[in-house]
Ligand binder design. Sequence first.
Ligand code: GLN
Length: 252
Amino acid sequence: MCRHLGYLGPPRAVGEVITAGSHSLRDQSWAPRDMRRGGTINADGFGAAWWQGDPGSPDGVQAYRNPVPMWADPAVDGVLGQVRSGAVLAAVRSATVGMPLERAACAPFTGDGWALSHNGRIVGWPVSIAGLAEWLPAVELLRMPALTDSALLWTLVRRRLDAGAPAAALASVTADVLEAAPESRLNLLLGNGTTLWATTVYHSLSVKVDETSAMISSEPIDDDPGWQPVPDGRLVEARPGHLNITELGDHL
Ligand code: GLN
């Protein structure tokens, strides 16, 4: 299953954030270590989102996506090597069987200043969660970036972000999907340019936070002893100087 990464800290080249480390996100596209029954490589595309200017502004987030393996795109070192940001959220994709291979299906999904990535799959998609999608207004379904489980999760989360806190939005969406489609794998990573939130539902995740930077990653990108694995069923909230790991259920 896909791998994702979030970074907050001193401005760096976006291309560097996703290629730095002895086990960088780019390395994880062809040699992931902890896929847990979810595929072997992440060669079905990638994406990187970054924030510039006022992180709170709705158009403060930009993204680059390409439905090719990250290692095959020279823009990662070229163009993304020229873009600097102190807030990055990126993902490499291993498409779930039956889901389209296209740019729009590559996370992160962005809008209104938010970026979201999903690592996992909704079991029984789309039939299992038909009831959950049914109450979405047609216009929301039309705005779905792609016909994938991850894009629907983004649509559900985005709608609930309007209503309340990010942690509550992630916790309620994962709970509702798990009720409709048990055993779904729902590691979500959400950012707004100043804070990162992540869930662990049956997939790996590690965090590393100090006074100047914060990183959340499906797999540690290097051997730094500061990485800490996140147990299953948790909600992580991280930014430089701040790390809070709580039970997902506490936010319902
Ligand atoms: N199910 C999602 C997709 O197909 C995410 C896949 C994954 O985590 N490998 O895009």
